[in-house]
Design a binder for this molecule. Structure first.
Ligand code: KG4
Ligand code: ZN
Length: 373
């Protein structure tokens, strides 16, 4: 493993000198090998992310077998460096948590086996974290307004969550730890997949979301007339495959190479259609019986796509129109990271949800199957 690929995350401001319960969290479900030490007073004591993106870039996406091998090579070093950075040994840790699914099973197994090994050899409690719950709960560890301009936002249950990552796109009512009500979801691709595929079509590289986001900021969102699938229909479900097909159809009409202006306009128009779909579906979600009854005060976005500046801004506007507060995790806690797993581990530990007998990690593990439901 090359040390230059290790990214040490900014740990933000320390909110308390009292560390409370301390959790070591491990994430390995996709193309990041990450570990973090987080305490129950919301201090991130150390956070290391080893990104495999450069290893997958030449294939235009994550290659599961390569990812698993890279996790094996990185995991020990990442955990050791995380402990070193926190100036701690394993004796200082109270709880071990690791992603146990959903995700690429080869990678999940590596993080899970590492965590199981540490827990068994030290006798410390072990929490099996659902990766999606990591994304869903991390705004309770740290959250801010769309542009970080105001004071940090405290996110209390229940809240309405737009969970948008590379593999998932769901609107959820989060009632508590392990308590998720599905309000809407994609019928085909996830929003992240749509960003990645459009980027690939334009030859812009992987992962596509951040590149398309950057280009979109410079383009005209009305240059291309992308569809807004399902927005003329009731309900809260999404469909992004039509937007992707429209992108392919447009590009078939215009031969490459594309000018920067073309790329920027194309990205801006594509992104505007994704934003409109998300806002339309969230607006419907807020009018469902379940959401009206639960009266969530906060509208939250999480998952890798939550980094998108246009989505953050549009969701904040929608939240304010509905008298709600908007919250998003800081940028470095949106994409996959160990801190969200450590935090979800702590929240589960606090309600007694620890592993009591051996479990099998799961490639698929919907949030609605968690035990609080
Ligand atoms: O949550 P995540 O790190 O991994 C999964 O659990 O899937 O999400 C990765 C996804 C990728 O599809 C990536 O293109 C997308 O998040 N993404 C973005 C942005 N940054 C990352 N999508 C839109 N705009 C961004 N700025
Ligand atoms: Zn993720």
């Amino acid at each position: 493993m090359k040390n230059d690929k290790i990214i040490e995350m900014d740990m933000g401001s320390t909110v308390s000198t009292d560390v409370g319960t301390v959790c070591l969290g491990i994430e390995s479900s996709c193309d990041e090998t990450s570990a973090a030490i987080v305490d129950s007073n919301k201090n991130i004591l150390a956070h290391i992310i080893y990104s495999q993106i450069p290893e997958h870039q030449k294939y235009g996406g994550v290659v599961p077998e390569l990812a698993a091998r890279a996790h094996i090579l990185a995991i020990d070093t990442v955990i050791r460096q995380t402990l070193d950075r926190a100036n701690m040994t394993i004796d200082d840790i109270d709880v071990i948590a690791a992603t146990a699914g959903p995700g690429l099973i080869g990678g999940v197994l590596i993080g899970w086996m590492a965590a199981t090994g540490i827990a068994q050899s030290t006798g410390k409690p072990l929490v099996a974290v659902n990766h999606l719950e990591g994304h869903a709960l991390v705004p309770r560890l740290a959250a801010a307004t769309a542009d970080n301009s105001a004071a940090p936002v405290s996110v209390e249950f229940p809240y309405l969550l737009m969970l948008a990552s590379g593999g998932h796109c769901q609107i959820l009512l989060v009632r508590g730890v392990g308590k998720y009500e599905l309000i809407g979801q994609t019928l085909d691709d996830s929003a992240g997949e749509a960003f990645d595929k459009v980027s690939k079509m334009l030859g812009l590289g992987y992962p596509g979301g951040p590149i398309v986001d950057r280009c979109a900021a410079l383009g005209n969102p009305r240059a291309f007339d992308f569809p807004r699938p399902l927005t003329d229909k009731p309900g809260c479900d999404f469909s992004f495959s039509g937007i992707k097909t429209a992108a392919r159809t447009f590009l078939n009409k215009y031969p490459a190479p594309y000018s920067n202006e073309f790329i920027n306009d194309f990205c801006a128009s594509f992104q505007a259609s994704v934003v409109d779909c998300i806002i339309n579906r969230l607006d419907h979600a807020m009018k469902t019986d379940a959401v009206i009854k639960a009266k969530p005060k906060t509208l939250v976005v999480a998952g890798g796509v939550a980094k998108n500046s246009a989505i953050r801004a549009a969701m904040e506007k929608l939240a304010h129109e509905h008298g709600m507060v908007f919250a998003a995790p800081p940028m470095n806690l949106c994409t996959d990271n160990g801190a969200m797993i450590a935090w979800a581990g702590l929240e589960n530990f606090q309600i007694g949800n620890i592993v009591r007998e051996p479990i099998a990690p799961r490639p698929r593990w919907p949030l609605t199957e968690l035990q609080g439901n």
